[in-house]
Design a protein around this ligand. Structure first.
Ligand code: ARG
Length: 459
């Protein structure tokens, strides 16, 4: 037990209490940001004349040495230390002696851990954004290749109107684009530095908080020291943003699973991204999509768990807040892996274009277009709706599609039908006529893809 706070105590900490209280097993991930924060802190202390330059240089050299040795595996982080902060400080003192004892001047572990978590998550957000961007690039490329890959669009999981694969994937592009931007917003909102808040009430030392904030890449210092040490909103926002990403990935996974089913056969997942069964030799299962869908629950769990932890904590710092780390680390790891795997799965997936087209051709996805045709010939929409409803019923009885009907059959229902009906309700016309921005028509999609291309060069 190497503790930073033994002075006031007469008895040793109970071992179970020590273990329960310790966070070293998981907060060791903060080592590098903890050292970064400490270097900024002592640099500022020296600038303010609180430490000598010599002391500052010794401390910085010692801190860098610790980081290097841990990275090289020659210095082990062990359970003997309560947390990563104790580990660094104790090792520094071992290494450089008395000057090491000055590192914690004008600082508390409360503002130290607050700045560590903010630094760590600010960096991690960039990693998640890079993974989202990778997926956006894959989607953008796949869209370009499938501007004329027709497929049914669904509502209520019932065939509705024909769309293209590019258009369908474009809906996901929009979702992940919003996800990217949400993270960007969060990163900006996380621009204030809590270092210098002390335990809760600032310090009596003449710290230059603007300077440390700048050294650490923040826009400026937090403006209330009690909030500085106890604000974890940004972690809840991060977990929310990550949960929304998972919700999108899960919806997409569900579609991939449906598309990959024997009944649909819209896609074939690449061998590298599927798995077999131990008993049924014919099986090729969409495990990655299923796992991504499954792990969504785990990320939601992290959000629900931690937002609940925070709900009744009085100001300012309380040990409950140590519970921020595991859910945040787990959610970051999970989402990054899911995004990467998902992008790879989509990139290598084979789209069965004929099967998609056939599916769009039947199921009366052009029924609305038949009604619109009649409207163009002067029939009121409500009457046109009824006429087409009757035609659909007739087709169901004959087990054929609207394109299979003869002109006489059409004209039995309305004299407004002419030879041009077939052209008007062909799959290509149904899609390409939809040219307003945001619609699946090729012209509209090409305009949108230009906007996406430009967006991807800017992010
Ligand atoms: N391990 C603690 C945490 O993660 C560090 C802060 C400890 N502060 C304290 N006053 N005990 O929150």
């Amino acid at each position: 037990m190497a503790q930073l706070w033994g002075g006031r105590f007469t008895k040793k900490t109970d071992q179970m209490v020590y273990d329960f209280n310790a966070s070293i097993e998981f907060d060791q991930r903060l080592l590098s940001v903890d050292i970064k924060g400490s270097i900024a802190h002592v640099t500022m202390l020296a600038k303010q004349g609180i430490l000598t330059n010599e002391e500052k240089n010794l401390i910085i050299e010692g801190l860098k040495g610790i980081e290097k040795e841990v990275e090289a595996g020659t210095l082990l982080i062990t359970k003997e230390y309560e947390d990563v902060h104790s580990f660094v400080e104790a090792n520094l003192i071992d290494r450089i002696g008395d000057p090491g004892k000055k590192l914690h001047t004008g600082r508390s572990r409360n503002d130290q851990v607050a700045v560590d978590m903010k630094l760590f998550t600010r960096e991690s957000i960039k990693g998640i954004q890079a993974a989202v961007k990778k997926l956006l690039l894959v989607l953008n490329q796949t869209m370009k290749e499938n501007l004329e890959t027709y497929m049914p669009g669904f509502t209520h999981l019932q065939k509705a109107q024909p769309v293209t694969l590019a258009h369908h994937l474009g809906a996901y592009f929009e979702m992940f684009k919003r996800d990217y931007e949400r993270l960007e917003d969060l990163h900006k909102r996380m621009g204030t530095c809590p270092l210098g808040s002390g335990a809760l009430a600032g310090t009596t030392y003449p710290l230059d908080r603007d300077y440390t904030a700048k050294l650490l890449g923040f826009d400026g210092p937090t403006l209330n020291s009690m909030d500085g040490v106890s604000d974890r909103d940004y972690l809840i926002e991060l977990l929310s943003d990550l949960s929304i990403i998972m919700m999108h990935l899960s919806r997409f996974s569900e579609e991939v699973i449906i598309w990959n089913s024997n009944e649909y056969k819209f896609v074939e997942i690449d061998d590298a991204y599927s798995t077999g069964s131990s008993i049924m030799p014919q099986k090729k299962n969409p495990d990655i999509a299923e796992l991504v869908r499954g792990k969504t629950g785990r990320v939601y769990g992290s959000l629900m768990g931690f937002i609940t932890t925070m709900k009744s904590i009085p100001l300012a710092y309380n040990k409950d807040m140590q519970e921020d780390k595991e859910p945040v680390f787990d959610a970051l790891d999970t989402v990054e892996a899911c995004l990467e795997l998902f992008a790879g799965m989509i990139e290598t997936m084979k789209f069965n274009k004929d099967r998609m087209k056939d599916s769009a051709m039947n199921g009366f996805t052009n029924a609305t277009d038949v009604a619109d045709y009649l409207v163009n010939k002067g029939v009121p929409f409500r009457d046109a709706h009824t006429i087409v409803g009757r035609l659909v019923l007739y087709c169901l009885d004959k087990n054929c599609s609207l394109l299979d009907l003869s002109l006489e059959e059409y004209q039995k229902e309305s004299s407004a039908f002419g030879e041009d009906i077939y052209e008007a309700i062909s799959l290509k016309t149904c899609v390409d006529k939809r040219v307003t921005i945001g619609a699946p028509g090729k012209d509209a999609m090409e305009k949108v893809l230009k906007i996406y291309d430009d967006y991807l060069t800017r992010i």
